[in-house]
Write a protein that binds this ligand. Structure first.
Ligand SMILES: [Zn+2]
Ligand SMILES: [Zn+2]
Length: 139
């Protein structure tokens, strides 16, 4: 059985089974992602600002997809808008820069960094699996 929880997007109460958003918001987000994906296909050099302006999708969503590696875009000034969660340096995708990722994986072997990794990774993997399944259904 799932837990009742509030959708972080729209605030609606829904039964959480293995998704973080309510079904409505998941549908909406997938539609938004498709729009962005199509736009990027025609405009591979589009900036984040341009995508937000043309597709109407929220910047924070674009940033999240960048973190998840679903889209490869940058701001018009060339920055990715993403920063390493550990040291704050500018990164292209993911949560950590390559230096911190190395440090963290070394720490993980020594158990000290485990907590950080645990917080980030299962969520990401869950979401990725979910979208893959959804996309396959659409096709
Ligand atoms: Zn919702
Ligand atoms: Zn870093």
């Amino acid at each position: 059985m799932g837990d009742l929880r509030n959708c972080p997007e729209c605030g609606k109460v829904f039964v959480k089974i293995n998704k973080n958003l309510c079904p409505d918001c998941i549908d909406k987000e997938e539609v938004a992602f498709e729009n962005v994906r199509k736009y990027l296909k025609d405009n591979p050099n589009a900036s984040v600002e341009e995508i937000v302006e043309i597709t109407g999708v929220e910047e924070k969503k674009v940033l999240r997809w960048m973190r998840e590696g679903r889209v490869d875009v940058s701001f018009s000034d060339g920055s990715s808008g993403l920063t390493c969660k550990s040291c704050g340096t500018s990164i292209r995708t993911g949560n950590f820069c390559s230096n911190c990722a190395k440090t963290l994986s070394a720490q993980m072997k020594g158990a000290a960094g485990q907590k950080i990794i645990r917080q980030e990774e299962p969520e990401k993997e869950k979401r990725r699996g979910m979208y893959t399944a959804d996309r396959m259904r659409d096709d």
